[in-house]
Design a protein around this ligand. Structure first.
Ligand SMILES: [Zn+2]
Length: 429
């Protein structure tokens, strides 16, 4: 009864009013895409301007980073920001063209010449749409490769072959997924759409908790085998009430220098990579662990869980609502030749889901940034602020990534404050 109610609730949002103007709704959707993409282009342009105007190593990194390393990372950052801005601009224009000029209607009409049943027409629809969308972007991708390539990279012919193979694989994958979805929905009924995402996410979370609780202790060593840092980290974990045997070392020498905390359904772990232990002194490493303990102590995993629940709910309601939606048929201008029920879900995933996930990712990133500040504050409160600052600057100088980020860009995309924002805050603590 309850499941019937929630399904009917989601499906009750079909717009049946006579006053409903599908074309206005379409223009509104196009406007939302412009807002989202112009925001993205604006943020990447800020990052591009910052990297192009900061020609020398910033003072705080001067003693730790050579000007050659800095310049190499700066040029890489310029290339990647320019490529993102160009592709976002082209994709926005393509999207606008497709939506405004009824491209999807024409593709659907075209499939009638290819297949008789709506099942096969839906598969052909996905194939044509994928091929058209990817092929139209291919010349720009090749142009970007030509502009930014250097002698060490692949020749253009090889990039072209790889790109074409990628397009074929992506098309086959999408067509297969559409076929599988139609068969699964045909077998279980469309209600599966409402429950699939929450169910699969819950299973993934339970498996993760089991992995942390039972497999991580078997696979990774603890601090017992790290005499240089064992005592100082154990003193710290004991003082804040975190079990020291839940701090593990990833022995892989090739893993990036990193430390992170994961807490799922009461199972906790802090993982430190071998390369981080080799890079930092004992006090600096203890300060990094103090930062991770900050995430644990402030229950940041609960904040991330709440955000995941929000995300899963929007995905699940979105797919359940969009399947076979009359409203979407009208908005996307399919006309009298009503497409197979999966096609409106396909359109939702192509044009509505990305807007929601871009927004939620931005919110997640801004909240993640606050969590990083709070975790740094925790390290300062246990008296390890200056060691954390030294560790952060050392990590930034050893990384091959460009170390400077525009604060707004960083807040929306990286989920981390910039190194200099963190260092300033630690200095003022
Ligand atoms: Zn952190």
């Amino acid at each position: 009864m309850k499941s019937k109610l929630s399904w009917q609730l989601v499906r009750s949002y079909e717009v049946t009013s006579e006053a409903f103007e599908p074309h206005c709704a379409l223009l509104f959707l196009i406007t939302l895409h412009w807002v989202a993409d112009v925001w993205k282009i604006f943020l990447f342009s800020r990052q591009l301007l910052l990297a192009s105007s900061t020609l020398t190593v910033p003072p705080k990194l001067r003693e730790r980073m050579s000007s050659q390393d800095y310049d190499f990372a700066r040029r890489q950052s310029l290339v990647s920001s320019t490529a993102t801005i160009s592709s976002a601009t082209i994709l926005l224009l393509v999207k606008t063209f497709k939506l405004y000029y009824g491209y999807h209607f024409y593709i659907w009409e075209f499939t009638v010449t290819q297949a008789e049943t709506k099942f096969w027409r839906a598969i052909f629809y996905a194939v044509f749409d994928m091929l058209f969308s990817k092929l139209i972007a291919l010349p720009f991708k090749l142009l970007a490769a030509l502009m930014y390539s250097n002698a060490s990279q692949m020749p253009l012919a090889a990039i072209t072959i790889v790109s074409v193979v990628q397009i074929i694989v992506a098309t086959i994958f999408t067509a297969t997924m559409i076929a599988c979805f139609m068969m699964v929905i045909g077998y279980f009924g469309p209600r599966i759409l409402l429950y699939f995402t929450p169910l699969s996410n819950t299973i993934a979370m339970v498996l993760m908790a089991i992995y942390i609780q039972y497999f991580v202790p078997q696979r990774y060593s603890t601090l017992e085998n790290e005499p240089s840092v064992h005592d100082s980290i154990k003193r710290l974990t004991t003082s804040v009430g975190y079990p020291s045997d839940k701090v593990y070392v990833n022995p892989d020498f090739n893993a990036a220098p990193n430390a992170y905390f994961i807490g799922v359904l009461g199972a906790n772990m802090i993982m430190i990579s071998r390369s981080l232990i080799n890079m930092l002194g004992p006090q600096q490493l203890t300060a990094v662990v103090a930062h991770e303990l900050g995430h644990w102590s402030k229950d940041h995993n609960i904040i991330h869980l709440a955000l995941s629940v929000l995300e899963v709910s929007t995905v699940s309601i979105g797919v359940a609502y969009s399947y076979d939606s009359e409203t979407l048929v009208k908005i996307f201008g399919f006309g009298k030749d009503k497409p197979q029920a999966i096609i409106t879900l396909y359109m939702w995933i192509a044009y509505v889901s990305p807007l929601i996930s871009d927004f939620l990712n931005g919110v997640r990133s801004v909240i993640g940034r606050l969590c990083e500040f709070y975790a740094d504050d925790f390290a300062c409160n246990v008296g390890l602020g200056s060691d954390l600052k030294a560790a952060l600057l050392l990590l930034a100088s050893k990384s091959t990534a460009y170390p400077i980020f525009d604060p707004l860009f960083s807040a929306w995309y990286l989920g981390h404050p910039t190194i200099f924002e963190r260092v300033d805050r630690i200095e003022n603590h």
